[in-house]
Write a protein that binds this ligand. Structure first.
Ligand SMILES: Cc1cc2nc3c(=O)[nH]c(=O)nc-3n(C[C@H](O)[C@H](O)[C@H](O)COP(=O)(O)OP(=O)(O)OC[C@H]3O[C@@H](n4cnc5c(N)ncnc54)[C@H](O)[C@@H]3O)c2cc1C
Length: 453
């Protein structure tokens, strides 16, 4: 059967669904995409409010491979480092990497989705049907059912292959539960998030350093802010669900005011609408989803959050989802369009990496909200860079591998990272200043424990 004759369906026209449609269109497949929501390009978005994401190397590589990066690039705001705002004392800047290319970008999620939707449609091989909620997948009949969100009418269509990109609450994943041996686990983080906003100043300028990810680490909770291209920052408050200072306890304006006065006094002026927005905006839920298998024969494959939602503390959920899409594209090439082999191999290559980034994202949560306040953490960061400089063929920080070097898989970053953490701990346990590092011991630890990169 030629690729043109097959009915390839994608469920979900979010970030992964649209990018996958672009890859398939480049291979001349006719693709039907079904999206729950109305076409967001036809909706009006309130001025000054835009939710943003961090795009890093893996995402950039996938967008370039699909031929879309040129359209995305003008909308990127560079984030070469983070600005840490302690409770007492002045804010300080910490660069993410040592080299000019070691940075990531802030960009509007909606803006990116719009670019991807238009790129998919303009290929001529992709049709996107909006307001269509996938409600069932019949494995025997190879049939998908959708409910039209305006008329509530349910219609069905036969498919040859389905790619599920319908995000964390995936309806296709629900159908996988009907299959024997399918396993899925949702691990709750115990914390949720709320989006707030730092508007531009009266002259339309940024109120904080533009080229940085801002963090207010406070132990059990934190605020972060990412720059938007319009002079505003999208702020996210991550807070436990229960406890003394939690979503459960912050139920009134006076209590919320007390919380900000106590922990984020410098943000009260920066986020003028914090009380209104806190109570008006939805509370976002945070969980890690691990599922297996991701594919069923050549009929269906889950990609992105549908297969493996991760918590957002490494800024990698989308980047990882884009890498999934790129891998499926490569496998279709490698196996000459044999869907069974391509699905099976994509799952085999990506599952260990999805598990690795899930773990690293949870670990980064503790680093961002807590460890960045510890002087030992900063000593280890300085030493990490010194080791990178002295032993460039063997030592590269885990953070850099994940964020800036797609050549190293998430699994490799996790594994090398474990060894590197042990080396850093050994070298810094009994010292408080980088001048006291025993470089002979460092040389021998690096040479004996780390293979060449
Ligand atoms: C607070 C927060 C911050 C984040 N920050 C970052 C970041 O900085 N960098 C990063 O890389 N990642 C980040 N992520 C993760 C990122 O948002 C996700 O990993 C990414 O959106 C996954 O893309 P996706 O296409 O798989 O899912 P989604 O983007 O969720 O898209 C799923 C699509 O499917 C549609 N859909 C759902 N159900 C159905 C149905 N039944 N039928 C039809 N369509 C359906 C949805 O409407 C949606 O359009 C963050 C996540 C959160 C929660």
């Amino acid at each position: 059967m030629s690729s043109k004759d097959e009915e390839v369906c994608i469920v979900g026209a979010g970030l992964a669904g649209c990018l996958m449609a672009c890859f398939l269109a480049k291979r001349s497949y006719h693709v039907k995409v079904f999206e729950l929501r109305p076409d967001r390009r036809k909706q009006s978005v309130a001025a000054g409010r835009s939710i943003n994401l961090s795009l890093s190397d893996r995402g950039v590589v996938a967008l370039k491979a699909a031929g879309i990066f040129d359209q995305v690039e003008p909308h990127l705001v560079k984030m070469p480092g983070r600005m840490i705002h302690p409770l007492n004392g002045d804010a300080f800047y910490q660069s993410y990497g040592r080299k000019p290319n070691e940075l990531h970008y802030s960009l509007s999620r909606g803006g990116l989705n719009d670019i991807l939707l238009s790129a998919a449609e303009s290929s001529g091989d992709v049709s996107i049907q909006f307001s269509q909620k996938c409600v069932d997948l019949d494995w025997e009949a190879s049939k998908l059912s959708f409910e039209d969100q305006e008329s509530s009418r349910v219609s069905s269509l036969n498919f040859s292959h389905v790619i599920a990109c319908d995000g964390a609450p995936s309806a296709v994943r629900a159908a996988f539960h009907k299959l024997p041996k399918f396993e899925c686990r949702a691990e709750e983080l115990g914390a949720s998030y709320k989006e707030l906003c730092i508007p531009p100043d009266p002259n339309g300028k940024y109120r904080l350093e533009k080229e940085a990810l801002h963090i207010w680490p406070r132990g059990q909770f934190m605020l972060i802010a990412l720059p938007n291209s319009d002079g505003s920052f999208t702020v996210t408050l991550f807070l436990p669900n229960t406890g003394e200072w939690s979503f459960e306890s912050l139920k009134s304006e006076p209590r919320l005011e007390e919380f900000f006065q106590k922990f984020f006094p410098d943000c009260i002026e920066l986020i003028p609408d914090f009380k209104k927005d806190f109570f008006a905006n939805p509370t976002g839920h945070l969980a890690t989803i691990r599922s297996f298998p991701w594919h069923f024969g050549d009929k269906a494959l889950m990609l992105g959050d549908a297969a493996h939602a991760v918590v957002p503390f490494h800024g990698q959920g989308m980047n990882c989802s884009f890498e999934d899409c790129l891998e499926l594209d490569r496998c279709l090439e490698e196996f000459s369009g044999d869907w069974l082999q391509a699905f099976a191999e994509t799952e085999k290559r990506r599952k260990p990496n999805a598990d690795a980034i899930a773990q690293m994202a949870i670990e980064n949560y503790t680093e961002m909200r807590d460890e960045v306040r510890d002087p030992k953490f900063h000593l280890r960061k300085r030493l990490e860079w010194a080791l990178e400089e002295k032993f460039p063929d063997r030592f590269l920080s885990r953070y850099s591998m994940v964020m800036f070097y797609h050549q190293y898989s998430y699994s490799e970053a996790l594994e090398r990272g474990k060894i590197q953490t042990e080396i850093l701990q050994k070298l810094t346990d009994d010292i408080d200043d980088i001048s006291k590092v025993d470089w002979t011991q460092a040389q021998s630890l690096v040479a004996n424990r780390l293979s060449t990169l």
